[in-house]
Design a protein around this ligand. Structure first.
Ligand code: PLP
Length: 404
């Protein structure tokens, strides 16, 4: 049976609103996805019925909330094929990368090498730059081809005896390129490096099995996965998490504290100092339940068909430059319009009710690589329809007429 985007849309209250008197066409899901009623209701229910702080109470509400929080951890673990002790709740993917970089970085020396790529989001660049600044670690950048593919020969050539960490995106938020996590991890492991994948985009569009990929660390955010903001996931192999020092100090992450001694809790609680994002974890658990009820293959095909339709309709547009044409790429269209600034394009599209993102997409090295200062980006999600794809193309065609 064909994927029923209309039925899915009805579960997203926000999608029925209008913008500038036009039906909202939301093509900015790569930045943050809208929320289905299941997520909204799970969080509302927790606040209305069973809410307290976790892990420290002996009363019913505290116990119920703790159960819901830990159940969310188990849902995340099952979703990516991990054990629950390998799932750390953070406030986002950004915090998860920072946690790993700070932890691993403590043991690095000047001249040690970290391999990242030109297609990384700043979340997977800046924490490693900190180590360059503070520890003299050397950053090595894997090149991206003109099509937007990670250059594997170049990657191989960068791996060497000083490579300590390989940190790469599983799917580019700009190019839509999907990298072969398993193959990249194998190559990195042959060089003796630890591997981290930024799964922010990939986790939304394809099943992820962290045991199969075999990276030491895998991070993503809840809000792109139809869950709430303020929650992210750090998956780490149990043995690797155990080696990391605490990231922040405070309640809940300790073993014992005295006036002149301190011990730390085991992972994952060692990395969850203070009151954690309780409602957000419950919301993410609901999002995962919701996604798990869908045919993910059908979702992927639907999203791909949206992209293919847009791409085909724009094929002859000589005023358009598409950035990222990797084979098998996901449903993200980054582009520039001749003679127009991406911000202006996005603002005109907004007048037609079409929401796209414009700017550097927190990927300045990639912008530089492609010789642009910014681009516009339409990202397609399971709730978008063929009609919306057409509204976008029509609005873009009209928008470019302003600049012709
Ligand atoms: N990595 C990628 C590929 C992203 O697209 C994003 C968000 O845009 C991030 C990392 C950072 O995620 P967050 O801002 O939720 O921490």
């Amino acid at each position: 049976m064909a994927f029923d985007a209309e039925a899915i849309r009805k579960q997203f209250p926000i999608l029925s609103r209008q913008v500038h008197g036009k039906p909202l066409v939301y093509l900015d899901s790569a930045a943050s996805a809208q929320k289905p009623r299941a997520v909204i209701e799970a969080m509302t229910h927790a606040m209305e019925y069973s809410y307290a702080n976790v892990h420290r109470g002996l009363h019913t509400l505290a116990n119920e909330t703790t159960d819901a929080y830990e159940a969310a951890r188990r849902k995340v673990a099952a979703f990516i094929g991990a054990d629950e002790g390998e799932i750390v709740f953070t406030k986002g993917a950004t915090e998860a990368v920072n946690l790993v970089a700070a932890g691993i970085g403590a043991g690095l020396r000047a001249g040690d090498e970290i391999v990242i790529s030109e297609m990384e989001h700043h979340a997977n660049i800046v924490p490693w730059h900190f180590l360059r600044e503070h520890k003299g670690v050397v950053l090595k950048w894997v090149r991206v081809t003109d099509d937007g593919v990670l250059d594997l020969d170049h990657f191989q050539s960068l791996l060497g005896p000083r490579t300590r960490v390989v940190a790469l995106t599983h799917m580019s938020n700009v190019l839509g390129t999907i990298n072969d996590g398993k193959a990249l991890a194998r190559m990195a492991h042959e060089a003796g490096a630890l591997v981290l994948f930024d799964g922010c985009q990939a986790i939304v569009h394809r099943p992820v099995d962290v045991k199969d990929i075999d990276a030491e660390f895998y991070v993503f955010s809840g809000h792109k996965l139809y869950g709430p903001t303020g929650i992210g996931i750090l998956y780490g192999k149990a043995g690797e998490l155990a080696k990391l020092p605490p990231y922040q100090g405070g309640g809940e992450m300790i073993g014992i504290v005295s006036q002149d001694e301190i011990t730390y809790a085991d992972p994952p609680h060692r990395f969850e100092a203070g009151t954690p994002p309780i409602l957000e974890a419950i919301g993410l658990g609901a999002a995962i339940d919701w996604i798990s009820g869908l045919d993910r293959q059908a979702v992927a095909e639907h999203e791909h068909a949206l992209y293919a339709r847009v791409r085909e309709r724009l094929n002859g547009a000589n005023w358009l430059r598409v950035i990222g044409e990797a084979p098998g790429k996901g449903a993200i269209l980054s582009f520039t319009v001749d003679g127009a600034h991406a911000h202006d394009v996005a603002q005109i599209l907004d007048r037609y009710g079409v929401a796209v993102r414009a700017g550097t997409h927190c990927a300045e090295p990639l912008m530089r690589r492609f010789g642009v200062t910014s681009s516009a980006r339409a990202s397609f999600a399971l709730y978008n329809t063929q009609e919306e794809a057409d509204v976008f193309v029509d609005a873009l065609t009209k928008a470019q007429a302003f600049f012709a």
